[in-house]
Design a protein around this ligand. Structure first.
Ligand SMILES: C[S@@+](CC[C@H](N)C(=O)[O-])C[C@H]1O[C@@H](n2cnc3c(N)ncnc32)[C@H](O)[C@@H]1O
Length: 242
């Protein structure tokens, strides 16, 4: 089991409540900081993740922890009938809904409040499910993964994009320095929530990446699980099939 890392050390709220509060706080600057702190690299990772669910031409796609909707929007490139995005942060969703309206995608992309650990959908409802930088924030990771397994169709593909820990010199050292010093400083400067960008490296450190996450996927029932490190292992894409 991973160690529980929370955004606000002195809070008595649950991790889920704290995570929702934190993302509500940083929502107005989330997209800007994502782009700045990742130097734009996240766009290529998202593209690659969506390409990996393309093979069975999914018509119903669910994007969990959709935030401001970037994955839901990217998924539209697969020409599905509908994409649903759910998230526990109203602040993030509000910005996502605005983006989707601007792109005139509102007939097909629907974002709404929802918790990964208690998904408001029937069994076997989606052809593909994505989670981008979300699983690390789940309060009960295994419960969330079990719920995802329940609502995905047999034969459906589950794809996760998440930060991972590079293992080799000098990327490992550079990454640790960047995450420990640069990320919190830049995050604090722009987002006005100092805890959020300290929580980021701490939650990445505590997340069971690589083989440990594949074990969790297999335990939930997923088959043909694999991890694909991207950009020297700074992030990884995980794939599983029901
Ligand atoms: C780092 S953001 C990622 C947003 C988006 N997927 C992206 O790729 O940019 C993490 C999101 O996970 C959401 N989240 C955390 N725990 C969740 C849960 N249990 N159920 C649904 N969403 C959750 C947060 O509210 C936040 O919007």
């Amino acid at each position: 089991m991973s160690e529980k890392v929370i955004p606000y050390k002195n809070s008595t709220e649950s991790k889920k409540e704290q995570v929702a509060t934190m993302f509500n706080n940083i929502a107005p600057k989330y997209d800007f900081l994502n782009q700045l702190l990742s130097l734009g690299i996240h766009k290529g990772w998202r593209k690659k993740t969506i390409q990996l669910i393309a093979h069975n031409q999914p018509k119903n796609i669910l994007d969990i922890a959709t935030g401001t909707g970037d994955f839901a929007i990217e998924a539209m490139k697969l020409n599905p009938d509908r994409v649903i995005g759910i998230d526990i942060s109203e602040g993030m969703l509000k910005l996502g809904v605005e983006k989707i309206k601007k792109l005139n995608l509102q007939d097909k992309v629907n974002l709404k409040l929802g918790d990964s650990e208690n998904l408001p959908f029937d069994n076997n409802s989606f052809d593909a499910i994505t989670v981008g930088f979300g699983v690390r924030n789940f309060e009960h990771l295994e419960k969330g993964i079990h719920e995802i397994y329940r609502v995905i169709n047999h034969g459906g593909t589950f794809a996760v994009l998440e930060f991972s820990k590079p293992k080799n010199f000098p990327i490992k050292q550079l990454y640790n320095f960047y995450f420990k010093y640069i990320t919190p400083a830049v995050g604090k400067l722009f987002s006005k929530d100092a805890s959020a960008y300290t929580y980021l490296p701490e939650s990445v450190k505590a997340f069971p990446d690589g083989e440990a996450f594949l074990t969790i996927l297999r335990k939930a029932g997923f088959k043909d699980c694999k991890s694909i490190p991207v950009t020297f292992g700074i992030a990884s894409i995980y794939i599983g099939t029901k």
